[in-house]
Design a protein around this ligand. Structure first.
Ligand code: ADP
Length: 364
C-alpha cells in the first residue's frame, strides 16, 4: 500500500517549469533515492515533499493524509541537509534535544530519546562538544541524530554526504544503510552520485528535466533501462554505444552490421517494428578481449589499472573509443591490435529516439 503518494506534482518557478507532473508511490519502510544530473529537479522534488517549497499543482499524501498545503513543521517529516544546519552555539546534546524541548516533551522522555540516539550513532563521547569541535562526519551524524529523535514518518536527505571526503562518504553510506535496517523508517535520499544511489536504494528514481525517466530497483535499472538516458546514467564506466549501419533479418536472427562486421541478435528480442536507425549498447563488462575471433576489432589506446580490474580504452575503425573490462593482470600494450568479443545476450538496442527497443531475456 502506498505510504507516500505523489500525484501529478508540478512546480513552477515563475515561468520555469521545474517539476513536470511527478507521479510516485512509496511504500512504508522503503529507502528511495532520487538521482539525476544537476538541475533535473531532485532537490526541488524533495523540498516540495518537505514543504519548504510550495507546489503549483498536484497532491502529496502521507499515510492517508493530504499534506500538500500543510506547513512543513506539521508534516511529520525530518530533513537532513548537506550543510548540517546545526546550531553553532549549542552542544551536541542540546542540538539533539532542541526540537523536543521546543515541542515541550517531558524532560525524562527527552533524556531517554537523546540517550538512545546518541548510543546508536556513537555520539556519547561528543555530547558536550560544540559543532565547531567536530569533524565533518561527526557533524553529519549529529544532524542525522537530530532528525531521528523526532521520530518522523519519513526522513528526507538532501545530498547529506557531498561535503565529506571520499573515504568518509563510503563509511557514512554504510552507517546510513545500517541505520535504515535498524529503524525501518521510510527514507528519501537525493544524490547526483549514481554509485551512492545504487548502493543505498531499495528503489531508485531517475529524474531528467523535471520528469521521472524511470523507477526501479538498482538491478532493474542496470539490466533493463528504458532509455539511453538511464542506460548511460547507471553503471561506471558507461555503457558503450555504437551506431549500427544496417540490419538484415535472417530468419530468427537479426544481423546487425557495423564496423565492417556483424553482431547477431535474436529477432524475438525485438518486441516491435525494426526502427529506421539502431544503436547498439553494450556494457564494458559484457565485452572481452580475445586472442582470435570476436565480432569487432580495434587498437588499445590506454589501459586504466584499478587494482582488482582494468579497463581498456579501445579505438575502433570508426574513430570511436569504447571501454572494455580487462583482466587485472592484463599485459596489453598501448597501440596493440585486439579482437573484441561482444556477449550477444547482453546487447541492448536503442531506436532513433533513444528508447530501448529490445527486451532482455529473463535469467535462468
Ligand atoms: P537538482 O537538485 O536536480 O540539481 P534543483 O531541483 O535544485 O535541481 O533545480 C531544478 C531546476 O529548477 C534548475 O534548473 C534550477 O535552476 C531551478 N530552480 C531551483 N530553485 C529555483 C528557484 N528558487 N528559483 C528559480 N529557479 C530555481
Amino acid at each position: 500500500m502506498s505510504y507516500l503518494a505523489i500525484t501529478d506534482l508540478q512546480k513552477h518557478y515563475d515561468s520555469y517549469h521545474a517539476l513536470r507532473g511527478i507521479n510516485l508511490s512509496i511504500t512504508e519502510g522503503e529507502f528511495v533515492v532520487f538521482v539525476g544530473p544537476s538541475g533535473c529537479g531532485k532537490s526541488t522534488l524533495l523540498r516540495t515533499i518537505a514543504g519548504l517549497e510550495s507546489s503549483t499543482g498536484g497532491t502529496i499524501e502521507l499515510d492517508g493524509r493530504d499534506i500538500t498545503e500543510l506547513a512543513s513543521s506539521k508534516r511529520d517529516l525530518a530533513m537532513v541537509f548537506q550543510s548540517y544546519a546545526l546550531y553553532p552555539h549549542m552542544t551536541v546534546a542540546d542540538n539533539l534535544s532542541f526540537a523536543l524541548r521546543l515541542a515541550k516533551v517531558p524532560d525524562e522522555e527527552i533524556k531517554e530519546k537523546v540517550r538512545s540516539v546518541s548510543a546508536s550513532l556513537q555520539l556519547d563521547p561528543l555530547l558536550e562538544r560544540k559543532p565547531k569541535e567536530l569533524s565533518g562526519g561527526q557533524r553529519q551524524r549529529v544532524a542525522i541524530g537530530r532528525a531521528i529523535v523526532r521520530q518522523p514518518k519519513v526522513f528526507l536527505f538532501d545530498e547529506p554526504l557531498s561535503n565529506l571526503d571520499a573515504a568518509l562518504r563510503v563509511q557514512m553510506r554504510l552507517e546510513l544503510a545500517r541505520l535504515h535496517k535498524k529503524l525501518g523508517t521510510t527514507m528519501i535520499y537525493v544524490t547526483h552520485d549514481q554509485v551512492e544511489a545504487m548502493t543505498l536504494a531499495d528503489r531508485v528514481v531517475i529524474l531528467n528535466a523535471g520528469q521521472i525517466e524511470q523507477v526501479g530497483t538498482p538491478l532493474e535499472l542496470y539490466r533493463k533501462p528504458n532509455s539511453r538516458f538511464v542506460a548511460e546514467f547507471i553503471g561506471t564506466p558507461k555503457m558503450n554505444l555504437m551506431p549500427v549501419d544496417s540490419v538484415v533479418r535472417d530468419g530468427e536472427t537479426l544481423n546487425l552490421k557495423l564496423l565492417n562486421s556483424q553482431v547477431d541478435f535474436p529477432a524475438n528480442r525485438l518486441p516491435g517494428q525494426l526502427p529506421s536507425s539502431v544503436i547498439l549498447g553494450i556494457r564494458p563488462e559484457h565485452m572481452s578481449i580475445v586472442p582470435e575471433g570476436g565480432q569487432i576489432s580495434g587498437v588499445v589506446e590506454l589501459i586504466e589499472h584499478l587494482g582488482s580490474e582494468a579497463y581498456a580504452h579501445i579505438q575502433l575503425g570508426s574513430g570511436q573509443t569504447i571501454i572494455v573490462k580487462a583482466s587485472a593482470r592484463s599485459e596489453l600494450q598501448d597501440g596493440q591490435a585486439v579482437n573484441l568479443l561482444i556477449d550477444e545476450a547482453e546487447v541492448i538496442l536503442f531506436n532513433e529516439n533513444d528508447r530501448v527497443v529490445s527486451v532482455i531475456p529473463e535469467e535462468a
